[in-house]
Write a protein that binds this ligand. Sequence first.
Ligand SMILES: *[C@@H]1O[C@H](CO)[C@@H](O)[C@H](O)[C@H]1NC(C)=O
Ligand SMILES: *[C@@H]1O[C@H](CO)[C@@H](O)[C@H](O)[C@H]1NC(C)=O
Ligand SMILES: *[C@@H]1O[C@H](CO)[C@@H](O)[C@H](O)[C@H]1NC(C)=O
Ligand SMILES: *[C@@H]1O[C@H](CO)[C@@H](O)[C@H](O)[C@H]1NC(C)=O
Ligand SMILES: *[C@@H]1O[C@H](CO)[C@@H](O)[C@H](O)[C@H]1NC(C)=O
Ligand SMILES: *[C@@H]1O[C@H](CO)[C@@H](O)[C@H](O)[C@H]1NC(C)=O
Ligand SMILES: *[C@@H]1O[C@H](CO)[C@@H](O)[C@H](O)[C@H]1NC(C)=O
Ligand SMILES: *[C@@H]1O[C@H](CO)[C@@H](O)[C@H](O)[C@H]1NC(C)=O
Ligand SMILES: *[C@@H]1O[C@H](CO)[C@@H](O)[C@H](O)[C@H]1NC(C)=O
Ligand SMILES: *[C@@H]1O[C@H](CO)[C@@H](O)[C@H](O)[C@H]1NC(C)=O
Ligand SMILES: *[C@@H]1O[C@H](CO)[C@@H](O)[C@H](O)[C@H]1NC(C)=O
Ligand SMILES: *[C@@H]1O[C@H](CO)[C@@H](O)[C@H](O)[C@H]1NC(C)=O
Length: 745
Amino acid sequence: MWSVVALLLFCNLWLACRAQNVSSLNFYVSSGGNDNYFLRDNLTTAQILLTSTNTTVGGPRRFVAALPAGNSGALVYFLPSSPVNSSSTTGASQNTTLTVGMINGTMKGVTEDYDNVGVQADLTFNENATLGVTIIGAVRAMRDYVEGSGTMHEIFNYTLYSYNTTNIRLHRQYINTTNSSSSIYKGADLYLIAGSGTKFSVTPGNNGTYTPPTIDILVPSGSQNGTVRVKVVTNETSLAGLNPQSLFLNQSSGSTPGIQLALNGLADGSNPVADQVSFLTYSNKFTAGGWRFLTYFGRDSLIALRLLMPTLTSEAIEAALGAVIERANSTGALCHEETIGDYASFVNMGNNMSYLGNQPYYDYKMIDTDLYLLPALSHYFLELPQGKGRAAQFLARNATLQNGTYGQILNRTIEYNFARSLPFYVNSTPQNLLAFRPGQPVGNWRDSNEGTGYGPVPFDVNTALVPASLRATDALAQAGIIPTVTSWPGGNISDVAAVWEREAPVLFEVTIDSSTAQARLQNFVKAANLSTSLLSQNSTTSSGNVSFYALSLMADGSPVEVLNSDLSFNLLYGTNVSQEFLQHVVDALQPYPRGLLTNIGMLVANPAYDSNTTNIEVLNRAAYHGTVVWSFQQGLMAGGLLRQLGFCSPITTVDINPPPQPPPSWCSNTTFVQALRDAQMRLWTSINGAKSQIYSEVWSYSFNNATNDFSVADLGSLSPEGTESDAIQLWSYGFLGILDPYTIP
Ligand SMILES: *[C@@H]1O[C@H](CO)[C@@H](O)[C@H](O)[C@H]1NC(C)=O
Ligand SMILES: *[C@@H]1O[C@H](CO)[C@@H](O)[C@H](O)[C@H]1NC(C)=O
Ligand SMILES: *[C@@H]1O[C@H](CO)[C@@H](O)[C@H](O)[C@H]1NC(C)=O
Ligand SMILES: *[C@@H]1O[C@H](CO)[C@@H](O)[C@H](O)[C@H]1NC(C)=O
Ligand SMILES: *[C@@H]1O[C@H](CO)[C@@H](O)[C@H](O)[C@H]1NC(C)=O
Ligand SMILES: *[C@@H]1O[C@H](CO)[C@@H](O)[C@H](O)[C@H]1NC(C)=O
Ligand SMILES: *[C@@H]1O[C@H](CO)[C@@H](O)[C@H](O)[C@H]1NC(C)=O
Ligand SMILES: *[C@@H]1O[C@H](CO)[C@@H](O)[C@H](O)[C@H]1NC(C)=O
Ligand SMILES: *[C@@H]1O[C@H](CO)[C@@H](O)[C@H](O)[C@H]1NC(C)=O
Ligand SMILES: *[C@@H]1O[C@H](CO)[C@@H](O)[C@H](O)[C@H]1NC(C)=O
Ligand SMILES: *[C@@H]1O[C@H](CO)[C@@H](O)[C@H](O)[C@H]1NC(C)=O
Ligand SMILES: *[C@@H]1O[C@H](CO)[C@@H](O)[C@H](O)[C@H]1NC(C)=O
């Protein structure tokens, strides 16, 4: 089935397809010490990343090219060839500063023989350089190297295909053929072509394909830069992009003033951010981020969709929803990440299924992805004008990646989710909550081994997503859009949801008496190298006790006492969110380290109150899900607060969230509603403190003891594993569907 889709979308062969879908994108984003260049033209879509030319520290310069076609690309470290002894202030030996830049305007699509298509750009070198570690082909293998402290797999070795003093071709032949009956292999190539005056010196590896060749780039001495044209091509299938006009609604077709405000400049492309979202979206899937995640991710697609949906066209919304449904497994679980291209062969071989060749590998290890689909569908079909009347045609569509209609596949997901929710309904014990799958250290968005403080029972899944999925299923069934759940003919699905809503949060509640909380905060500021003066700000909690919801539970049901931002999921997805719950939100939205807010954004975790003080290190500012800022979490929190506040009285907002009837009881408590509004404004002050970062994936902080201020720090350079942030990240663009209350007219 895959190859059929592949052909349909292989726009390079089909002029008609090209003409319809091409809109050129060409933009630059500086992020995390890197220069990022993005391109979509009539041939290809690609990102090129270079270590920033204004980096002053000596050492290797990185080049990355990433193409969504087969999730293919190339990674090259250019090393300064000759470390030079120069008299530095320390007297230590220093490298000269190699600078590798891109000549403006030279990035463009390029074709090569055998339907190879890709990207080329002209790079400048201010001095001689040598190729260091070079990986060609699978972006996933490139990720293994940069995220896995240098993990390389010999199976992905390239070969020195041809070379002379001006032209080098490094070839990566993919492990398997397209299918076992064909003998035509796909591959990827890195071409280096010397500009005038520049020469290559190449010594082939002395063991055939196994040891890399030595490749020197020799530039003339003097003030001139040497130039090298770099081409990265593959004959994996190119994808048809969604241009801003097919992605975003026209401003005039926005159904409310809030939507029209949000749409300003998006469909007509005058807001450059529209191009960034466009780069990540395709007619057959949304991709999660560049450069590391330029392929399908279910959770990212569905969270981004939930936030952006009011601004998007039906075509775009159905592309994202369809991609998720297409990749469901036969049990009804939804796919977290697809592995395509060369890396799919590697995974299939690792699973003792090498007979599958390079057929995509779909990963179902997450326990949350399955729960985001129904809320997205019900929001679309029941609440937004774009989705009204479109359910029947959508659900009748035949899937292309598997047999069955979307409706049939969806029914399996509904039954699967329902079956998982029943044990806790029958007996509400911690053991009946949803836990990570056996043997899996991860299972929700905090997708790192440390992410939930090693607790396998996450808060977001159990308190927010399970009931939200049940409520959405119920609403769609009531509207006659989907059949009622058949595996439990006697019951009422909303009763099951109500039990989860009432019983699950209680199991995560942590309460610490005032003096213990003070002592832990004092210990924390020392341990985390912060200042005690951060604690002099007033606390918003009225009683001296500190209460919050645990990040997760350990297998024995004991809470991981880490204050965290996952309450945001309940705000955006939840029904019947109680005043008690919202008070925890108010408390979490106070300055760090009492709460989560810094002057450069909201942290996603805060281990200050944890009796298990090892979590102070486990979730520190260098941890991927530690005391760091994830932009999409800020978006969920901001969007969720707007949704809840909008239940009490109409406000100017983008998203359409019909209030429950009657409105929540806390709405009549004006003091409390004001406290929630104040928390909302504190959140936005925090968000706006790092506004230039909000579309990137994640950032950390550095703390200035003299001013008590935090400033943005690049996570990649702090993280021991080198976990870097994507410059553009799909779900961070959720902010396009949220209005800043400070700027609402
Ligand atoms: C692609 O676009 C370039 C620049 O806009 C143009 O010169 C070229 O003819 C186009 N190629 C095709 C095959 O459409
Ligand atoms: C490098 O330049 C970028 C873009 O102009 C800027 O954002 C960044 O802060 C600079 N980095 C350094 C180390 O000067
Ligand atoms: C010099 O370059 C080498 C090789 O690229 C690198 O390993 C080393 O860290 C650099 N030294 C300094 C002081 O930048
Ligand atoms: C050499 O290239 C660098 C990086 O692109 C650029 O900043 C510099 O101006 C160039 N120098 C010359 C002489 O062209
Ligand atoms: C690169 O070129 C574009 C358009 O040609 C221009 O807008 C931009 O300012 C240039 N950037 C630099 C760094 O020269
Ligand atoms: C081949 O793989 C080995 C092990 O990962 C690595 O050390 C070597 O540099 C690779 N050679 C090439 C040409 O990729
Ligand atoms: C080097 O190789 C390129 C392409 O393979 C060829 O066009 C060029 O003539 C060669 N140059 C020399 C000096 O052999
Ligand atoms: C892909 O390109 C390689 C050359 O890089 C070629 O050997 C191979 O036959 C091509 N495969 C297909 C399916 O065109
Ligand atoms: C070449 O590399 C292969 C694979 O690592 C190894 O089995 C072989 O012994 C090596 N040959 C020589 C001459 O080093
Ligand atoms: C690069 O190396 C070549 C050969 O050793 C040398 O002639 C040239 O001057 C070097 N270039 C620079 C900029 O040092
Ligand atoms: C894929 O390649 C591996 C390694 O060469 C091989 O064992 C396997 O049989 C191939 N699968 C197919 C379907 O060709
Ligand atoms: C589908 O994925 C779920 C979750 O990982 C798993 O439990 C189930 O066995 C899978 N179904 C099939 C048919 O592989």
